[in-house]
Design a protein around this ligand. Structure first.
Ligand code: NAP
Length: 237
């Protein structure tokens, strides 16, 4: 039985990923920072609730201890929790705005990965999927043919660029763990006021593929064709 943790799984892409992986037979820990909404979502899917706020060392530590006590290991970690930080023009963004976004999108991933690496080490086939974005890609955001090149932002795009490099470095440091960053594409969720052009079913597809990967080398899932949706792994620059 594959044991999987998805952070930020109360709604949006995380919830849809939890639905798909539960249906695929995984024992899913549905990560939530709100106990009520988390319990409701977990019950609806037949998943287990795991209270986890990725910005809190204590919360993340307690979550890892719970999984250790209940299962003893973790097979798949999906670092999905993320925030946009709003839509201020770059010139108005403060260091404090940046810190808030990084605390979730960057430090949150490191906090959770650091806490769960010992549990992943006890898996026979460990996998980490970091939910990144084309907005973190220098190539995509400077390509006039790509929609992402029309969006301006400081905190969110740079947080995802940092996440891409963090993913690459973890992948090199832990060749026994299949570690990839994935881009769901522009998806209608609360994160973007539901302006995204894809459904959560479409967006979650690449996250689910990353979680189910078996043959790909760490950091090198096959890239999508040029202009296509969802560059992943080594294809994010
Ligand atoms: P969403 O619907 O707003 O969901 C975000 C999830 O993250 C929620 O469950 C939220 O919990 C959780 N979260 C936020 N801060 C957290 C924290 N400190 N601790 C734990 N959980 C926290 O957004 P989404 O679009 O599904 O985003 C999921 C991921 O996909 C993010 O990493 C995002 O950057 C990425 N992504 C999204 C798109 C897109 O177009 N939607 C495109 C590319 C990448 P609450 O319910 O408690 O707020």
């Amino acid at each position: 039985m594959t044991t999987t943790l998805i952070t930020g799984a109360t709604k949006g892409l995380g919830l849809e990923t939890a639905r798909r992986l539960t249906a695929a037979g995984h024992t899913v820990y549905l990560g939530a920072r709100d106990a009520g909404r988390g319990a409701e979502a977990a019950a609806a899917l037949g998943a287990r609730l795991l209270l986890i706020d990725v910005t809190s060392d204590d919360s993340v530590r307690a979550a890892a201890e719970q999984v250790r006590a209940e299962v003893g290991h973790l097979d798949v970690l999906v670092n999905n929790a993320g925030i946009s930080g709003g839509r201020k023009p770059p010139g108005e963004v403060t260091a404090s705005d940046m810190r808030a976004v990084y605390d979730t999108n960057v430090f949150g991933v490191v906090r959770v990965t650091h806490a769960f690496l010992p549990l992943l080490a006890d898996s026979g086939a460990p996998v980490i999927v970091n939910v990144s974005s084309g907005m973190g890609s220098l190539a995509v955001t400077t390509d006039p043919a790509r929609f992402e090149s029309t969006l301006l932002g400081l905190a969110y795009p740079s947080s995802k660029s940092a996440l891409n490099m963090i993913t690459s470095q973890y992948a090199k440091a832990y060749p026994a763990i299949r570690i990839n960053a994935v881009d769901p594409g522009y998806t209608a969720t609360d994160l973007n006021g539901h302006r995204g052009t894809q459904t959560v079913q479409e967006g979650a597809e690449i996250i689910v593929s990353g979680a189910l990967v078996s043959g790909a080398r760490a950091g090198h899932l096959p890239a999508v064709p040029p202009g296509g949706r969802g560059p992943i792994g080594g294809s994010i620059t």
